[in-house]
Unconditional design. Structure first.
Length: 156
């Protein structure tokens, strides 16, 4: 990985951030406690403010689920950037919880959540962009989204 900043790394990916999502319930999108930024569960929000929907293993295959998880990662980055002003204020990823809305027989949860984790590794590098993680299956997720992810970041 180069010595680029997270913002430079993101720009090099030629990706766009969706608009930072607004809460769909009684919660804050993110909260700073000391040197940690806790980010609430996010869904796969597209640039046009629509959500990717469907159940992995039924409506989406593992690859489409992985792409949905990448889109969740972009929505999380949008929230981080809108609240902190820059991705450069994040030192590293501490913990990721990835939830996959899927059929009972689906078993590739880690593969799906890699869509988000690989994005973070590209932005913050393999040392700082990869933290501890859980990837689990859920019988349903809000609005029939295929992936919901929450993250804890360490700030500079």
């Amino acid at each position: 990985m180069s010595n680029n900043t997270p913002e430079q790394n993101f720009a090099a990916l030629n990706l766009t951030l969706p608009p930072a999502p607004t809460p769909m319930g009684v919660y804050k999108p993110c909260l700073i406690d000391g040197k940690y930024l806790y980010v609430s569960g996010h869904g796969p929000l597209r640039d046009d403010k629509t959500l990717i929907v469907g159940r992995v293993g039924q409506d989406l295959d593992a690859e489409a689920g992985k792409q949905a998880a990448r889109q969740v990662g972009l929505a999380i980055l949008a929230t981080v950037k809108s609240h902190l002003g820059s991705l450069d204020k994040v030192r590293r990823v501490i913990k990721t919880l990835g939830m996959v809305g899927c059929t009972p027989d689906f078993e590739k949860h880690p593969y799906v959540i890699n869509g988000c984790s690989e994005l973070f590794a590209q932005v913050w590098g393999t040392d700082n962009g990869v933290g501890v993680r859980s990837a689990v299956g859920m019988g349903s997720l809000p609005g029939n989204i295929p992936v919901e992810i929450e993250v804890i970041f360490e700030l500079h």
